[in-house]
Ligand binder design. Structure first.
Ligand SMILES: Nc1nc2c(c(=O)[nH]1)N[C@@H](CN(C=O)c1ccc(C(=O)N[C@@H](CCC(=O)O)C(=O)O)cc1)CN2
Length: 286
């Protein structure tokens, strides 16, 4: 049995960020507009703090400013919605990222919907979900968008392929399935109530593991020659796929770290500059 080829996300992500940095510099030189991403974090979950910091650092390197809003864990839905509406109305902010999760006492959907669609660079609003589902231009959810870019980068044909998405979260499982469907894959969603998960996954030409359960999928669950995308971000940089056994069966597989993660942040930066370019265009037309 030959081993799968690795789908490295770091090199394509670097290219996207370099291109994004060039676009940001050009926009600033032409119009004086400096792209700005507002990051909103509720509470102090250590993983979320790390992810937000990573996003801010990459923004800085790409010529994007970031404005951080740190809110206490006790923040109510109404307070969070108020903050997001203020940022949505602020002309100096071009993109808004609300770091997930926000805590069980907060209505995360209501919060996401308080983000103006033209600033939804993380692709979390209903408006963005609709454009993703119809394959129309708009902002994509960052991890799903990054996954599709990676599949294209490695020349994976999607039309007519059986894709199985394990997970149905609003920011990952659901949108990645819709993006695959918009590219004519035959998509099955699996979740905690799916009967015989292994049998369902073994049907897949393309598996997207997006459930947040360390090493849930193992080599025996993978059809020989399948493409395996591990979108799990569990503690300690452990994915949802048992890499060592899956690599023996797959034809292509993403590592964790170094696969989907860098593509997520690259997509966020790229969409922030796109939002800033659009805002500058509206300003010039007014
Ligand atoms: N509003 C959002 N919240 C969350 C998202 C999101 O896309 N939008 N995704 C996840 C976590 N996440 C970004 O927030 C994220 C996780 C991991 C990485 C990443 O690049 N990981 C690296 C390893 C990092 C390390 O070494 O510590 C990798 O995989 O190579 C990026 C983004 C939850 N919340």
């Amino acid at each position: 049995m030959t081993q799968a080829r690795l789908m490295d996300g770091t090199a394509p992500a670097r290219r996207i960020v370099e291109d994004t940095a060039r676009r940001a510099a050009d926009l600033t030189a032409r119009t004086g507009v400096v792209p700005c991403l507002a990051t909103v974090l509720v509470g102090e979950d250590p993983a979320s703090v790390t992810y937000v910091r990573m996003k801010q650092n990459r923004c800085r390197k790409a010529g994007i400013t970031s404005r951080h809003v740190a809110l206490p864990a006790s923040t109510s839905t109404a307070e969070l919605v108020g903050t997001l509406r203020e940022l949505s109305a602020d002309p100096t902010v071009h993109g808004i990222l609300l770091q997930h999760p926000v805590g069980d006492h907060v209505d995360e959907r209501a919060a996401f919907e308080a983000i103006a669609p033209e600033k939804d660079v993380d692709g979390v609003t209903f408006a963005s979900f609709a454009t993703m589902s119809f394959g129309l231009p708009g902002f994509v959810s960052c991890t799903p968008g990054g996954i599709l870019r990676l599949l294209d980068e490695y020349g994976v044909e999607l039309a007519g392929k059986r894709a199985v998405v394990v997970g149905r979260s609003a920011i990952l499982g659901k949108p990645v399935g819709m993006l695959l469907l918009a590219r004519d894959a035959t998509v099955t969603y699996c979740h905690s109530r799916t009967r015989d998960l292994s049998a369902a996954v073994r049907e897949a030409d393309i598996v997207v593991a997006a459930v947040g359960r360390p090493r849930l999928l193992r080599g025996q669950d993978i059809k020989p020659g399948a493409v395996v995308i591990d979108a799990g971000y569990n503690a300690g940089n452990v994915g949802d796929v048992d890499f060592d056994s899956a690599v023996e069966r797959a034809s292509l597989i993403t590592p964790v770290p170094g696969g989907v993660g860098p593509m997520t942040i690259a997509t966020l930066l790229e969409q922030t500059v796109t939002a800033a370019e659009a805002a500058a265009g509206r300003l010039a037309a007014a």
